[in-house]
Write a protein that binds this ligand. Structure first.
Ligand code: URP
Ligand code: ZN
Ligand code: ZN
Length: 468
């Protein structure tokens, strides 16, 4: 038996904050108390002056994702190593159906790619064709621990499903206790705006934002909520960026509906002004939905404080800015002459915890408990992983982060661990730094040193959503 003792740290969960020792035996937390003794073979880590947090849970990543025109640059190995250095020990990534096929081949393909993961991984399933077979597959997948499904009201002809198909999928999810994750933007209307802009020669990255108005995110969010209400399914709105969408979620929650939403660090710290950066640099910020104005940002912070938003995830969807040896299909340069061809997505899996600690706890006054709730506990609960993940408690997986709340450092892509060649937060000074990370009791990050290995991440069979 391997045993580890973390001594004198300030343990923070979503509900508690206290100083104690944690005894880990093999992969679980065995005991929490004051002055716990160490046996001869016990490895001891002194966490005096550090916060002891449950490992981060990031329920929105796209690792090694090939969607035809582009492919994200992180493998599961590199992306989850970056996650670990950022204090995230659980990732729920998106597997996708290939059009015309059943769901299982898409999931099996994802599982093969995920074998190199360095932290624990679960899968949401993206559903593109809704028909008798795929609806039956959803029920089987739920029993196998894939308990959430993403559908799109955006990207017509590529990822979008119509309202009837969405409603059918929602009814099957409701019957099985699964969660529907919705990418909510009005795709057909956006397509008209994009076509008009390109025809008018408006091809710079800033037109990405100008052709995806916040009202069309609000409209689609409202529509998805009404469909979910009718189907009696819980709904999780992914990458929410707009005040109008938040209003729809807030009103639904006030009605008592099981509607939840996440936002992402880029919507909290960056704005549409970043699309005006010189040259083609605005392309680094092309993700969907786009960055918005400061007024939307203020609404998001309010939502995080009032629990109208429950989760902060990253939507880590990394494409290099410059073409790399992997080829053009992996870079933003595809859209140099036409913003609509810029691969949509941006990196962020490594910087979430420090950014939210610095910007949320230090600057916006979020409590430490809320910080943990937003980045670990709530996503674990909503996606059927709690209490194995998302907290520090006797019997939980010993996924633990030692975090220095006082260290100030500067974010640099060159010091990150993703294969991507930029960060949206280059040069930003933040206070709060991950020092050590344990995955199921094993020390995998020790300062700058990597002690983990590819393949040590386990596939997580998730339960049905625990409502919060
Ligand atoms: O631009 C984004 N967000 N790309 C990833 C795909 C998605 O819609 O989440
Ligand atoms: Zn999406
Ligand atoms: Zn995404």
């Amino acid at each position: 038996m391997v045993s580890t003792l973390i001594k004198n740290g300030r343990i923070v969960t979503a509900v508690d904050e206290y100083t104690a020792d944690i005894l880990i035996e093999d992969d679980r937390v065995r005991m929490i108390g004051r002055d716990l003794p160490a046996a001869d073979h016990t490895q001891v880590h002194d966490a005096r002056g550090l916060l002891v947090l449950p490992g981060g849970v990031d329920v929105h990543t796209h690792l090694d994702w090939d969607f035809g025109v582009a492919r994200t640059v992180d493998t599961f190995g590199t992306g989850t190593k970056a996650a670990a250095f950022g204090g995230t020990t659980t990732v729920v990534d998106f597997a996708n159906q290939t059009r015309g096929e059943r769901l299982r081949p898409g999931l099996e393909n994802w599982r093969r790619r995920a074998e190199s993961a360095c932290v624990d991984v679960g899968a949401h399933m993206i559903v593109l064709d809704v028909n008798r077979e795929t609806l039956a597959d959803m029920t089987i997948l739920i029993q196998e621990g894939v308990t959430s499904f993403k559908l799109f009201t955006a990207y017509p002809g590529v990822l979008m499903v119509d309202d009837g198909a969405l409603f059918r999928a929602m009814r099957v999810a409701a019957a099985g206790g699964a969660m529907i994750c919705i990418h909510a933007e009005n795709g057909p209307v956006i397509q008209v705006l994009v076509e008009d802009a390109v025809a008018a020669g408006q091809t710079a990255p800033k037109y990405h934002a100008l052709t995806r108005p916040s009202s069309m995110e609000g409209e689609a969010t409202h529509r998805a909520i009404r469909l979910a209400e009718l189907a009696a399914t819980p709904l999780y709105v992914v990458h929410l960026s707009a005040a109008e969408a938040l209003l729809a979620v807030t009103q639904a929650r006030d009605q008592g509906l099981p509607v939840y939403a996440e936002t992402c660090p880029h919507y909290l710290f960056l704005t549409a002004a970043d699309y005006d950066r010189p040259g083609f640099d605005g392309a680094k910020y092309v993700m969907t939905p786009p960055l918005r104005t400061p007024a939307h940002q203020e609404a998001l912070w309010r939502g995080l404080k009032t629990d109208d938003l429950q989760v902060i995830s990253t939507d880590h969807c990394p494409f290099c800015f410059n073409e790399q040896p992997y080829g053009l299909k992996f870079s933003k340069q595809q859209g140099r002459n036409d913003f609509s061809k810029i691969p949509n997505g941006a990196p962020g899996v490594e910087t979430r915890l420090p950014l939210i600690f610095d910007g949320g706890v230090k600057r916006q006054g979020l409590s430490l408990n809320r910080f943990v709730e937003l980045t670990s506990t709530a996503p674990a609960r909503l996606f059927g992983l709690f209490p194995r993940k998302g907290t520090i408690a006797v019997g939980s997986d010993a996924d633990i982060v030692l975090f220095d709340p006082d260290e100030t450092w500067t974010i640099r892509a060159a010091e990150g661990h993703s294969r991507v060649d930029y960060t949206m937060f280059e040069g930003r000074s933040v206070t709060g730094r991950v020092k050590k990370v344990f995955l199921r009791g094993q020390l995998i990050v020790d300062g700058p040193e990597w002690l983990g290995k590819e393949g040590m991440g386990e596939f997580l069979r998730r339960g049905v959503s625990g409502r919060i």
